[in-house]
Design a protein around this ligand. Structure first.
Ligand code: PEP
Ligand code: MG
Length: 556
């Protein structure tokens, strides 16, 4: 009998197929003692397994490219952490087998991370994945991960480690559903980059039996278990209609009455550029440069290496606009050489612009590299700072840009409620604003973006968040400056219309979402978008806001 479950839709599209579960069994090796004369051989086995797993992760990264590559390379570095390896050696020296030594050393490291603050909610999943891979190799059992299947399937997992998300084959994996993870988790961002329909934060999904047919709606977050023939037909035809509508609309982003809203792409490096161009992105609205910094947690990449990566992205958009965000380290993206190790709550600590102002040499090198990368190119370079709290922050950033001789527009991200509340004051120092709605929601609702249990509060339709967007857009309009959105909110087609109605001037998102947003925007006038925005702001909850906007836009 058909039953319906509801999670959070994070990547558009419909997938209908049989369920396959991710092989996530935690392999706990037996705790047996080995004689002292076997320790050296076991230590050798452990090292070999670590090296092989690290090499495999790097190879998967090379295959995947883009943001996924950086995430996988960071995981490979985790596997080779010298302190972790020293701990494995120590445990083997006092009688552990290689597999047990690895298992226990990772457990100790995990406990350390889990007690060190919130960003680690995401990192712990990565660490467990690395441990499972090494232990599986040592035990000679199949690697945990994406199921081995020749038939297309819907993947269900507790959470998806970046290593697996990166390897999902869109022709075999029809869609995926996870029990954990929020709409702004890095798994969700990667799913959108792949263009695979996905639903997250659905506790109980793990209980759907292997082989059961499910229909997944990545837009509404609904999962129909054993859908009736009628339901399948209805979803398939809705999906076909959507695809047809998508390919019918091309060109720059605009409402049906010609109000222009440039549609830009979020990229993590040159690897994401082809998909952005294919989707018809009019430029880049968020270049997350921190992925360049994840290769080596001990030092920043050289100026030369940075120039090369920046130039590759800038060259791809002649006459286009490219908004580069300077390094956003800390919280869920810690860097050893920048991020204090002992913060009780890293999301509220020294992260983003705060780290850079503490390490002016790192900021200076990045700005110089950007300036060199843009030399002689006909691109409109804009550079913005993450986590700007007030006018003093904005001034410090603009001063640093001027001192580096950067020929670009300087901007501030609005990710902290104080920045939205005092947007006009910040705009005295910078030329544009860009709303990072992922962090803005996190800080407005005191809801960690990595935690599935609080994903209700991460919903960008929350009227309080819309109020902050409106404040920022109104301030920019009053100052004659621009205010875009580059958080995940921009990738929801209906919300994109509401954001336009609130006065936002550009929308930046993962490339796969651009056609959906373009097609939806083209169906409505600016006045309709404004009415939908007022209706959404008048609501008392995210669900009510969504329904109210939907009612206005569908002409009810
Ligand atoms: C945001 O916070 O909305 C944002 C765009 O930045 P990131 O997701 O990289 O933190
Ligand atoms: Mg952010």
């Amino acid at each position: 009998m058909e039953t319906t479950l509801r999670g959070v839709g994070v990547s558009h599209g419909v997938a209908i197929g049989e369920v396959r579960h991710m092989g996530t069994a935690v392999l706990e090796p037996p705790a047996k003692q080995i004689p002292a004369d076997e320790a050296e051989r076991e230590q050798g086995r452990a090292r070999q397994a670590v090296e092989a797993v690290a090499a495999d992760l790097v190879a998967r990264g090379n295959l995947a490219g883009g943001e996924a590559q950086h995430v996988l390379e960071a995981q490979a570095m985790m596997a080779q952490d010298p302190e972790l390896i020293a701990d494995v050696d120590r445990r083997i020296a006092v009688g552990s087998t290689a597999e047990r030594g690895v298992y226990d050393a990772f457990a100790a490291y995990r406990a350390l991370l889990a007690n060190a603050g919130e960003y680690l909610a995401g990192r712990v999943a990565d660490l467990d994945d690395v441990r499972n891979r090494i232990v599986a190799r040592l035990l000679g059992v199949p690697m945990p991960g994406v199921p081995d299947s020749d038939e297309p399937y819907v993947l269900i997992a507790r959470d998806l480690a970046p290593a697996d998300t990166a390897l999902l084959d869109p022709t075999l994996v029809l869609g995926f559903v996870t029990e954990e993870g929020g709409p702004t988790s890095h798994s969700a961002i990667l799913a959108r980059a792949l263009g695979v329909p996905a639903v997250v934060a659905l506790p109980g999904a793990g209980e759907i039996a292997e082989g059961t047919v499910v229909a997944v709606d990545g837009s509404t977050g609904e999962i129909f278990v054993e859908p009736s023939q009628e339901k399948r037909a209805e979803m398939e035809s809705a999906s076909a209609a959507r695809r047809a509508a998508l390919s019918a609309v091309t060109g720059p982003g605009a409402t049906s009455d010609g109000h222009k809203v440039p549609l830009l792409a979020n990229v993590g490096g040159p690897g994401d550029v082809p998909a952005a161009l294919e989707a018809g992105a009019e430029g880049v609205g968020l270049f997350r440069t921190e992925f360049l910094f994840l290769d080596d947690s001990k030092q920043a990449p050289s100026e030369e290496k940075q120039v090369k990566a920046y130039r590759a992205v800038l060259e791809a958009f002649p006459e286009g606009r490219v908004v580069v965000r300077v390094l956003d380290a800390g919280a869920d993206k810690p860097l050893e050489f920048l991020t204090p190790a002992d913060e009780p709550n890293p999301a509220l600590g020294v992260r983003g612009l705060r780290s850079l102002l503490d390490h002016p040499d790192v900021l200076r090198t990045q700005l110089t590299a950007l300036s060199r990368a843009a030399e002689g190119l006909p691109v409109y370079l804009e550079v913005m700072a993450p986590m700007v709290a007030d006018r003093a922050d904005a001034k410090a950033f603009a001063d640093a840009c001027r001192e580096a001789g950067l020929q670009a527009k300087f901007g501030a991200m609005v990710e902290i409620p104080s920045a939205a509340l005092r947007a006009r004051s910040i705009l005295q120092e910078v030329e544009f604003l860009s709303l990072g709605t992922n962090d803005l929601a996190q800080y407005t609702f005191a809801a960690d973006r990595q935690v599935g249990a609080v994903s209700r509060l991460q919903d960008p339709w929350q009227p309080a968040l819309l109020d902050l967007v409106a404040l920022s857009a109104e301030a920019a309009r009053a100052e004659g400056k621009s205010c875009g959105v580059c958080g995940e909110a921009a990738s929801d087609p209906l919300l994109a219309c509401v954001l336009t109605g609130l006065g936002v001037t550009s929308l930046s998102m993962g490339a796969a979402s651009i056609p959906y947003v373009r097609a939806t925007l083209a169906k409505h006038t600016l006045a309709q978008c404004e009415r939908a925005a007022s209706a959404a702001r008048a609501a008392d909850s995210a669900d009510e806001a969504r329904l109210a906007a939907q009612a206005v836009l569908s002409g009810e």
